[in-house]
Write a protein that binds this ligand. Structure first.
Ligand code: 5GP
Length: 183
């Protein structure tokens, strides 16, 4: 079975779309009078970003950056690097960072700090997923799709060794990594 190979589904495609429409409605209301620029953190956020952007009924601008943690293999080593930069000037704009998952919080903390130097009017974070148990630093995630337990998830943009990103639902991968994360 395909599903078996790809792990156990935890959030279906339908559930995901319903939740993203809700987030879109909330963001539409919150940013109605603002100059919104939606900054996607690639690669992981690509699927969520595309659905979220279309669920927000505002004339927003889109931009992207590629962030990577030095450690690789999907887990954060604590050192984050911006591999590519934005193309838009964000000074005076209302930036909403769109992330796949907030785990330790280090990626979001680093990017918020870097982008704040460019003097946006505001900077907030929207993540499809959050694993509060794993947090190492205190970051505010203003919009969260789902808070999930400490399991390694793939699909809907999230990878395991760069694969499974195209899975249309979210699944727990049946593996154990060397930090004991996952299952
Ligand atoms: P943080 O800096 O918050 O620890 O890590 C964020 C990044 O770690 C995410 O953008 C994602 O790339 C990766 N990550 C954390 N947990 C998971 C997970 O369960 N599955 C996958 N595929 N990536 C994860």
């Amino acid at each position: 079975m395909m599903e078996r190979m790809f792990g156990r589904p935890i959030v279906t495609q339908e559930e995901m779309h319903t939740r993203i429409r809700e987030l879109g409605r909330q963001i539409t209301a919150d940013y109605a009078d603002k100059d919104l620029i939606l900054v996607g953190i690639l690669k992981g956020a690509y699927a969520f970003y595309a659905d979220l952007a279309r669920a927000i009924r505002l004339p927003l601008r889109v931009d992207f950056l590629i962030a990577a943690s030095y450690g690789g293999k999907g887990k954060s080593s604590g050192k984050v690097k911006m591999m590519t930069d934005l193309t838009e000037d964000i000074a005076g704009c209302d930036v909403l960072l769109v992330e796949d998952i907030v785990d330790s919080g280090l990626t979001v903390q680093y990017l918020t700090k870097q982008l704040s130097k460019r003097k946006p009017k505001s900077i907030k974070v929207c993540a499809l997923l959050s694993k509060p148990e794993r947090r190492k630093v205190n970051v505010t995630v203003h919009y969260v799709g789902y808070s999930i337990p400490n399991k390694y998830v793939v699909g809907y943009g999230l990878d395991y060794q760069q694969k499974y990103r195209n899975l249309p639902y979210l699944a727990v991968l049946d593996i154990v990594d060397d930090e004991g994360q996952g299952f």
